[in-house]
Design a protein around this ligand. Structure first.
Ligand code: ADP
Ligand code: GLC
Length: 492
């Protein structure tokens, strides 16, 4: 198949969260299965200035945006050893900004930025020509692509049979904009109805993608079920109506980047046999990095993630306020996000020096070191489409303590007596979104940690699990093949 992956972020070009990890690794997994894959990303200033081998293609065109046009300049990156070509759509005015989507507030012209991106991706697909099988669109930023395919680009031979697949990484971000932004799309107002692009008076780019796509996927089977009932952020009805084409495929991880036995950011490589030595070295390096004295023997409990409500940060804050005082564990938090959460976490670090360490910021290298150093990783999310943190934790021998929601259900096996007996247990799972439940699950984990043989078996189970893209890459390829075998969906 000829597949075009359209995403607003991808490792190593630009990253704010797990989408970038997926959009970085999935294309290579698909290419590894023998498919021809290209990726389209916005040409953010940060992506262009990291020394990656990015070159002009000579392809330039004007993109219609409302009553005017904006220029797109196409760059290409081909990295040694990588099979997928990455195209970057450069436009200084729209993408030469300090961050991807905005700071404390979203950029006010995000509608225009990603309408431009989606339309430019369509134009590029036409100019590259040769016929496409699948246009794979990720999240609301690419949500217009399925509509463009059916409305403005239905008769373009250069696109071939091109079916569209919309992958939802998070229903909570829908790309909702005021209705006048409809004018920027170039799509006729007759599509601005509740059955198509309108959502409570606004233009919804995610809904648009879900309506027009030939197939829909999300990043875990459990989340695929949840969003049809109560977790669909208002789009449950639409998702239930489209459940015949909605599937869940759990994310893989890039095992060339996340491999404790060959990770250049760690002071000492490690595997199952020498995990304790590896963790000891990582803890010493982490302490030095944080400017702390050498670590003590207490278990190290980590939280790494965006500091937003979804991630259960309020539970972590309450947990620290309650239990950091008893000094049984050492906590490290690495994150960035809401100023309120950042402030409360900093305050806790001041109240409990030596027991609570907080690093506010986005630091890829440090996230590897923290996973390697940690014994336990907390993922107490309110909802979690898939979650990658718990996958990295398991691979690095850090036992996840997670809430039973979304992809966390599909990727962590609770240490029940049966699961321990069967050698399957890899973590601790709790039910209600409540600090008491989190605290009890952490207590169970700490009690297990005190039992050497039990802990070693949990760590070995966790490290042994295969999270490579092999299986999920094949699932995506199967989904694409099934989508190609069906007639294209008609809308309206
Ligand atoms: P989400 O995409 O909702 O943020 P995921 O668990 O899927 O959640 O992915 C988060 C990704 O971002 C992981 O790769 C995680 O290591 C990384 N990450 C989150 N916060 C930070 C941070 N402050 N510094 C470095 N990496 C981070
Ligand atoms: C989203 C979700 C996260 C998922 C990631 C990659 O950001 O919040 O659960 O792992 O996308 O699919």
């Amino acid at each position: 198949m000829r597949i075009l992956e359209i995403a607003s972020e991808a490792v190593p070009f630009a990253k704010t969260g797990g989408l970038a990890d997926v959009a970085g690794a999935l294309p290579e997994a698909l290419a590894g299965l023998g498919h021809e894959v290209a990726v389209v990303l916005p040409g953010y200033a940060a992506a262009l200035s990291q020394g990656l081998p990015i070159e002009p293609t000579g392809i330039e065109f004007d993109v219609p945006i409302g009553t005017r046009t904006r220029p797109a300049r196409i760059l290409r990156c081909h990295r040694e050893g990588m099979r997928a070509d990455v195209y970057l759509i450069a436009n200084g005015e729209l993408f030469d900004r300090p961050s991807l989507y905005g700071g404390a507030h979203d950029y006010p012209d995000n509608a225009e930025r990603f309408i431009f991106f989606s339309r430019a991706a369509m134009e590029l697909a036409c100019r590259l020509g040769g016929g496409w099988d699948i246009l794979h669109c990720h999240d609301w930023q690419a949500g217009l692509v399925p509509a463009y395919r059916k409305v403005l680009y239905a008769d373009r031979n250069e696109l071939g049979v091109a079916r569209t697949v919309m992958t939802i990484h998070n229903m909570a971000y829908q790309g909702l904009f005021w209705h006048w932004d409809m004018l920027l799309t170039g799509i006729d107002w007759r599509h601005f109805t509740w059955q198509e692009m309108e959502f409570y008076g606004k233009l919804s780019l995610l809904k648009t993608g879900l309506v027009f796509a030939d197939a829909i996927s999300t990043v875990s089977p459990t989340y695929a079920r949840e969003i049809r009932t109560s977790g669909g952020c208002g789009l449950e009805g639409l998702l239930a109506a489209r459940s015949d084409v909605l599937t869940g495929i759990v994310n893989g991880i890039d095992t060339t980047i996340w491999d404790p036995s060959a990770d250049p950011t760690l002071p000492r490589a490690f595997g199952i046999a020498d995990v304790e030595h590896g963790k000891e070295a990582a803890r010493a390096a982490l302490a030095a990095r944080l400017g702390r004295p050498a670590p003590d023997a207490r278990p190290l409990v980590a939280f790494i993630g965006r500091l937003v409500q979804q991630k259960g940060v309020e539970l972590v804050i309450e947990l620290l306020a309650r239990s950091a005082g008893n000094g049984r564990a050492h906590f490290v938090v690495l994150g960035t996000g809401s100023e309120d959460y950042e402030g409360e976490l900093r305050r806790l670090a001041e109240v409990y020096p030596g027991t609570v360490d907080v690093v506010i910021g986005f630091d890829e290298g440090l996230s590897h070191l923290v996973q390697a150093a940690a014994d336990i990783t907390l993922v107490p999310s309110q909802f979690e489409p898939c979650g990658l943190t718990q996958l990295y934790a398991q691979r690095y021998g850090s036992i996840p303590v997670v809430r039973s929601t979304g992809g966390l259900v599909d990727t962590v096996i609770d240490a029940t007596p049966e699961a321990i007996r069967d050698g399957a247990a890899t973590g601790f799972v709790f039910g209600r979104f409540d600090t008491n439940d989190l605290e009890q699950a952490l207590e169970r984990a700490l009690a297990a940690h005190a039992d050497g043989p039990l802990w070693r078996s949990l760590v070995a189970n966790a490290m042994r699990r295969d999270w490579s893209w092999r299986a999920s890459g094949r699932d995506y390829a199967r989904l694409f093949e099934q989508t190609l075998a069906r007639p294209a969906v008609t809308v309206g």
